[in-house]
Design a protein around this ligand. Sequence first.
Ligand code: ZN
Length: 326
Amino acid sequence: MSALTFENALKGSTAYKFFLSDLRSGLGHAYAVMTGDDDVADEFFTLIATTVYCQNGSACMSCAECRKVLHSNHPDVFHVNAARDKIKVDDVNKMLSSVYIKSLSGRKLYFIHRADMMNVQAQNKLLKTLEEPPAGVTVFLGVANESAMLDTIKSRVRAIHMDSFDEQTVYNAMLSRGYSEEKSAVAAACSEGMLGKADKIAASSQYSALYAFAIDALKRLNRSSDIVGLDADIASQENLNELLDVLSIIIRDMLVVQNSPDMILSKHIPSDITALADRYSPLALSKILGMIGDTRRQLALNVPALSAIDNLLFSILEVRHRCPKS
Ligand SMILES: [Zn+2]
């Protein structure tokens, strides 16, 4: 069992390779790790710190230095906003009070989790340090929402864009977490390349049920008489928006089956989806994707769920007839 949940995937990421090449040529003073996947950002920070301090030079996760990092008691590693809550100017002041104290190792690392939660005063305060950083100090900012960062900060940091992981990598990561092949496949399909999201999906029994429900609904939908009953089943779902997300993902995978059959294996698309894809043309599927978006907008405008879903199901059948498979 590795110390990090996503150790293998992260060690293979382009983001890590970018960091390693900078480390070899001389680490800069400030980096922004850009990712919407908070769990991955946290693990990436740990991987960075173990890489810098590891006695074996390999982020081995087992030497004394690596263990200190993993147990959050390394004297030269500082975390700000580890709880990913909010960052006020006081928090930055507290951080800055230690920045100029010399370290034993000669290098200190500061990790600001979700730095995009800093208010403007906090960012301006931090900016002074980024402008005149003390030697041996490197600050890493975890950024999920780039637009929340001041341009003056952005211009002082090197951006490291976290990979969007391909489905095979996510699938393997979930398998190594001990999830079943089926759960890993659903998580890989629905995670949009985000490992943290995939992990939450795989761990949630509700999500697998939602996925199975969406597949079953598509299987049941063949003629207009099928809509009676099915519409109410769907409309009464508690997480209707999440269900529509899952439906979009399934339709997109059906498009993959149509357009690039060689990707079926690497994407771990269930046979149910391959069979469903047989019923629709690629044109019909792309139109259905747009209709699901329309339904989402209708629900946001408080159109009653039953009539929005009714509308969607009729439109799906209609487009299936109007744009048949050639
Ligand atoms: Zn080590």
